[in-house]
Design a protein around this ligand. Structure first.
Ligand code: FES
Ligand code: FES
Length: 152
């Protein structure tokens, strides 16, 4: 089947089979490898994208369900090649180690700060509860969220 959708502000089309996930389509067909595939079971959040403004695990969404809808991936957050404020805050706070979790976290934090300009620790914890990081111990990630919030 062939579907048409908007990805990072651009109209895109893709040929896919009915059971294909949005994550696979983004990475393999649309050549947007920023969203990572770490579990493919909705457990890690590394594949997080915004679907019509809603944070979703793209490994759990059928690509066909995105027909006619709008998807924003981590690649779409950068502005003309410049890092977004959240991306820059992750760099400046030293919140990136292996980086595998980082794209999903950046999308989740962008979503959080769009809803809450000054999140407290509990709000940050809840917002990021679906994103697993096996490297940082989360302290630097929390620093990055606070830094991004301060700079807004
Ligand atoms: S790859 Fe989607 S939640 Fe882990
Ligand atoms: S930086 Fe390695 S999993 Fe988070």
């Amino acid at each position: 089947m062939r579907i048409s959708l908007t990805v990072n502000g651009e109209r895109r089309e893709a040929d896919l089979w009915g059971g294909e996930s949005l994550l696979t389509m983004l990475r393999d067909t649309l050549e947007l490898p920023g969203s990572k595939n770490a579990c493919e079971q909705g457990e890690c959040g590394s594949c997080s994208v915004l679907l019509d403004g809603e944070l979703v695990c793209s490994c759990l969404v059928l690509a066909a369900q995105a027909e006619g809808h709008e998807v924003v991936t981590v690649e779409g957050l950068a502005d003309a090649g410049a890092l977004s404020p959240v991306q820059q805050a992750f760099v400046d706070a030293g919140a990136v180690q292996c980086g595998f979790c980082t794209p999903g976290l950046v999308v989740a934090v962008t979503d959080l700060l769009a809803r809450t300009s000054e999140p407290g620790d509990d709000e940050i914890r809840e917002a990021l509860s679906g994103n697993l990081c096996r490297c940082t111990g989360y302290a630097k990630i929390f620093d990055a969220v606070r830094l991004a919030a301060e700079r807004r």
